[in-house]
Write a protein that binds this ligand. Structure first.
Ligand SMILES: [Zn+2]
Length: 118
């Protein structure tokens, strides 16, 4: 089975469009992360029973981890350098996208990396 799938865009207008779409999606993702962190802060300020704080904290941590997995498994960012403005190569073994520079430089590590994305 083929290990990688590469997406290259050469046209400057399409590259700009891709960049703008990635930026919009990234800003939405970032806003969700900030909302979760704000909820954690609000929880600490609220007068809640300890058991409720523990339950909410676990739920918010789970939400943060899920949010992180969303971005790391997407084509929006490189799974290695986190740049958002480059072409992308999908690595099937760990279900992540990488920019061509990182894929070439870290291919051995990328191909042997375990997936933390379910
Ligand atoms: Zn990269």
């Amino acid at each position: 089975m083929k290990q990688k799938k590469e997406i290259r865009i050469k046209g400057p207008h399409l590259r700009a469009l891709r960049g703008n779409l990635r930026e919009i999606l990234y800003l939405e993702w970032n806003e969700r992360g900030c909302a979760i962190i704000d909820a954690q802060s609000d929880m600490l300020d609220a007068e809640l029973p300890r058991s409720e704080i523990i339950r909410l904290h676990a739920e918010l941590e789970r939400n943060l981890n899920e949010n992180k997995i969303l971005i790391m498994s997407s084509i929006i960012v490189c799974g290695w350098c986190h740049h958002r403005d480059k072409d992308a190569i999908y690595n099937q073994s760990n279900h992540q996208w990488f920019c061509p520079d990182c894929y070439v430089e870290h291919e051995g590590e990328i191909l042997n990396a375990e997936s933390y994305i379910y």
